[in-house]
Structure formats: C-alpha cells, structure tokens
Design a binder for this molecule. Sequence first.
Ligand SMILES: Cc1ncc(COP(=O)(O)O)c(C=O)c1O
Length: 379
Amino acid sequence: MERIYLDHAATSPMHPKVIEKMLEVMNRTFGNPSSIHSYGREARHEIDLARAVMAKSIGAKENEIIFTSGGTEADNMALFGVAESSEQGKHIITTAVEHHAVLHACEKLEKLGYEVTYLPVDETGMISLADLERALRADTILVSIMYGNNEVGSLQPITEIGQLLKDHPAKFHTDAVQAYGMEAIDVNESLIDLLSVSAHKINGPKGTGFLYVRSGVKLAPRLFGGEQERKRRAGTENVASIVGFREAVEIAMEDRDAKREKFAQFKQIFLKVLQEHEVEFALNGMLEKSLPHILNLSFPGTNVEAMLVNLDLAGIAVSSGSACTAGSIEPSHVLVAMFGKESERLTNSIRYSFGFTTSAEEVMNAAEETVKVVSRLKK
Ligand SMILES: Cc1ncc(COP(=O)(O)O)c(C=O)c1O
C-alpha cells in the first residue's frame, strides 16, 4: 500500500541534502568547538557559518542567535530567562492557543509567583489587539504570542503587536516554530525581542533549534556549566545537527515562495474534492492569514479517533492537532479556545499538513480517501 504522509506540522522528513551534509560533518569534524587546536577550530567554523545563516534568515545579528535542543527549549529559555532576569514586575501575557512548550512553562511560572494573562481568540484563532492593549500593565515584563498556530495555522498580527509594545518595557517573544520557513520573518521590522525556531519542522534534524535574543535583552541562563553560547546556554554544541539545520535553513529560504504557492494550491485541490463529493465539512481557521502548510477541517457526524484509525488503515498519516495531544483523549486546547468546550468540532477535527515531499496527486488521493471514510462513518 502506498503511504501518504500529511503530518509535516508534527515533524518533517529530513531533506536528503541535510542528511548528506550531516554525514559529512560527522565523518570529518568531530572536534570540540571549544578546543583551541585545529580540530576544535574546524568544528567552531562550522557553527559560526550556521549562526550567520540563521541570523540572516530573520534579519538578526550573529551574536543574537543561541542554539538550543529545539523549539521547546527555546520557548522555555525565553520565558524563564526573561522572567528570572526582570526586576520590573511579575506579569506575563500570552494566548490560550500557544503550544504546550509555552503554556506549560507559563503554568510553572504561575506556581513560582508570576501572574499570567491568557488572551482569548476568536473563531478564526486570532487574538484581538484591543484585548492585548487592555491586558498590558506597568508591571508586564513579557508578551509571548505565537507567530502561526501549529494546529489550525492562524497567523497572529505580529508586526502590529510589535508596534503596540514599542514604547512599553515588556519584551516581545514569539514562538515561530511553525511559521519559520513559511513566512518572511524580520525581527527588526516586527520589533520582536525573542523568537523560537525548531529544525525538525523544516526538514532538519530533531533535537535542534535556536532562540533569537535581541542585543541588550537580559536573559537568565537555564543551563550552567561551560561558557558556550556566550554563557547563555552551557553544553558542548551538537555540531552535526547544527550544520544539518544550517543546510535546512538555506533550502527553506530558497524554496519558500515556491512552497507557499504549491501548498495554497494543495488546499484548493483538497477542498475541491470534498465539495465535488458534497462532503459536509467546516474549516477550522481561515484560508487567508494562515500558514500555507496547515489545513484543519471539521467533519460533522464523524469522530476523530475513528477518522484517524481509518485514514491510517488507508495509508494516510494525519493528526488531530499537535503531536502532544494526538493519541490522548484530551480535546485540543486550541479548538476549545476557538469554539468553546461544548463544540462538536472538538471531536471531529483533523489536521492535514503538507511538506516538500507532498505531491498534488497525494493530496488528491488523501482527499478521496477522506471522502470514503467520512461517508462510511456517517452511515
Ligand atoms: C508551535 C510550536 N512550538 C513549539 C514546538 C516544540 O518544538 P520541538 O519539537 O522542537 O521541541 C512545536 C512542535 O510541535 C510547535 O509546533
């Protein structure tokens, strides 16, 4: 049976060029980047090149990039790092639809005595700038609002948020794990102070990411040990993964526009098949102001577990939301925030997400299989 992978938002396959580059580095460059000898210097050189590529990709300076073990660590580093080093107050603003890497960090911060405001979203998954303005206080130290949502794809008004915070001392963090490589991001244009990225969402290796931290932003370290990453993140660098990540970023930047166009067409193809077969469905989120690779649909009269199992039997890998909530019976906190606890959409929504390996034919086949499964389940 031909299998179709439409869960690129959970994780994406590594690009062959990334694997090739990593193998080359693993074979050739085993030195410790902190060593002074030539072996160490070679490894350091590879990391320096990567840092320059990451910085350029978001309009940052090289010394503003801290390599991490992925998006989760970058988010935690941003939240705890700013909270612990701030003396102006203990109030944080975030949204109800963040990834758990932000939400659970916020819950921990609440236990440590910080106060967190969770902004609501409307039915399209967007926050309102007026709500943010109302929530801002003199003692607000951090505003953490994701760039694009991993379950429904909604893009937040990042540049407008940056403008709103321009004259406020609160730092602005955004989790750009899903948006990076899809959206054109410029930390200066959008006045972003901290930004999280993960390699495995853009065809790089798992367990690698970076946190951008604007020069001058105080950040208490979370790891103590050596002096790596300018004492902001101790530990010997994961050289091969960082180099693989670099390759993935270079490819992602080059392919971004073509991918955006391709994925927008995929969404149209998918929806057209459903419409032609008169399948009842509703879009969770919206087509505009949304990440191009994420399509989240609700199928009234079906049930998410049965849908996932039946689609898997047909060889189609999709998910019910974030990788963390998939497989658990907990309803998606994102859909709860958008539609309320009682909404039927919590029990009948599926996320399809595209990537560089996805073809139009696969999208068509997946849509046709979805039609069959939905009709079967509704009988
Ligand atoms: C929006 C968002 N933030 C953070 C993460 C966590 O990143 P990582 O898997 O690299 O820890 C994910 C991964 O699902 C994500 O989608």
